[in-house]
Design a protein around this ligand. Structure first.
Ligand code: PLP
Length: 411
């Protein structure tokens, strides 16, 4: 049996423990949902104040130049680059993850002319599949979306496959693809590889350039703590920069937006992934939140993340065997990301009861309880206390109250 004392010892020798003080977290809350909405870094509050009262109120339109608003998407991209193993010029912060799925996949198909299939897997994050459906319908027969389960994916890549779109760490199971092997398998058949890194960025070390990934995109509001609806990012491998075309060619994708010419000429660099005017306030929040990562060693972060999810599953074995939970997340450390998921027929009510007791996880239909581990502000004792509160809820059956079955719009 793992004891509270052991967990406290781990916290004492945790080199990332001091990072928690850099976040605004309410007293008495154990926050296990940073994989859905990252916690608020304290420094974003004064930064927002500066944007509002100095840059906007006083600087007005001059701030596009003077406060470097116009280059923020590139600056933010450069801060994300080391987290994903990319050269700085390959990354830009722009739009939403959904939009970047569309732009990256469309751009990959345009680069791989003559091939008409886009391959993905069932159970991928819904927006990824919906955006592919939208692209397919818009292309009126020129592109076809092919959905194959994991076991059949490799065999399904053929000489008609333009690109493969996969999510690196699965949003429910946390199962993680071998990025290098999968990318190489796509390339071997002449297909391009597009990775959705929403549940990977800031959670697991990544090496996109080394894996020769073609395109990638990911979220700014999950492990990167950019705030609700923060800008997403897009990555283009440097060997493709200059030849990429994406269909949402707005004036910010233009080579020289301020020439105001009629004819579109795409930027020969990562700016081609932009569409229109960047959302400066949100971009500034993400920029500020990313400064937290400057001295974070990703290997240390990854080890702590795996230790915390291991601890969670061992405590579940110790304390909650026989209560009807089924583990979903792989036990193997090399094939999982930074959250841990269980199934339970009363999953929704149990999550609501946990939230009521200050343990914030989330529910994913139809019966998944999901707990995210964010090593910058979650510690070992937090995991211990969370599991003990869960045990209390289960043993007293307090989750069976009617109020816990009322469905919220956002779960
Ligand atoms: C969170 C998430 C998204 C979210 O897309 P938005 O456009 O920000 O709503 C997309 N894909 C994956 C895999 C995600 O986990």
């Amino acid at each position: 049996m793992i004891t509270l004392e052991e967990c406290r010892k781990c916290d004492q020798s945790d080199s990332l423990a001091s990072k928690k003080a850099l976040f605004n977290l309410p007293e008495g809350v154990i926050y296990l949902d940073g994989n859905s909405l990252g916690a608020q870094p304290k420094s974003v509050v004064p930064r927002m104040q500066t944007v509002l009262s100095q840059e906007w109120a006083t600087g007005l339109v001059k701030s596009w130049n003077d406060a470097n608003w116009v280059t923020l998407p590139l600056t933010v991209g450069q801060k994300i680059a080391p987290l994903i193993g990319a050269v700085p010029e390959s990354v830009i912060a722009t739009d939403s993850t959904s939009l970047n799925v569309f732009k990256c996949v469309a751009a990959a198909c345009a680069l791989n002319k003559g091939r008409r299939k886009i391959l993905s897997e069932p159970g991928n994050f819904p927006t990824d599949l919906y955006m592919l459906d939208g692209l397919e319908a818009f292309m009126q027969g020129d592109l076809e979306v092919v959905i194959k389960p994991r076991e059949e994916l490799l065999d399904a890549i053929d000489e008609e496959t333009a690109c493969v779109l996969l999510t690196h760490v699965h949003y429910i199971s946390a199962e993680m693809w071998d990025m290098k092997a999968m990318t190489a398998a796509a390339h071997e058949k002449g297909a391009l590889m597009v990775w959705d890194l929403s549940h990977s960025t800031g959670a697991v070390p990544l090496s996109l350039d080394d894996c020769e990934v073609d395109f990638a995109l990911g979220c700014g509001y999950k492990y990167l703590n950019g705030g609700p609806g923060a800008p997403a990012f897009a990555y283009i491998n440097k060997r493709h920069l200059g030849s990429v075309k994406q269909p949402l060619s707005g004036w910010f994708s233009h080579k020289r937006p301020f020439d105001f010419v009629d004819d579109f000429e795409g930027a020969p660099d990562i700016r081609v992934m932009q569409v229109g005017t960047p959302v400066v306030s949100a971009m500034a929040l993400l920029d500020e939140a990313l400064s937290l990562w400057e001295d974070v060693d990703l290997k240390t972060l990854r080890e702590k993340s795996l230790d915390l999810t291991d601890l969670f599953s061992r405590l579940m074995d110790d304390q909650l065997t026989g209560y009807g939970f089924t583990a979903v997340t792989p036990r193997n450390r090399s094939t999982r990301g930074s959250h841990i998921t269980y199934r339970h027929p009363d999953g929704y009510a149990i999550i609501q009861a946990l939230i009521d007791r200050g343990v914030i996880g989330d529910f994913r239909a139809p019966d998944h309880l999901r707990f995210g581990v964010t090593p910058l502000y979650v510690g070992y004792e937090d995991i211990y206390q969370a599991v003990m509160i869960l045990k209390d809820i289960m043993s007293t059956q307090s989750y069976k109250q009617d109020k816990y079955t009322v469905k919220n719009a956002v779960t």
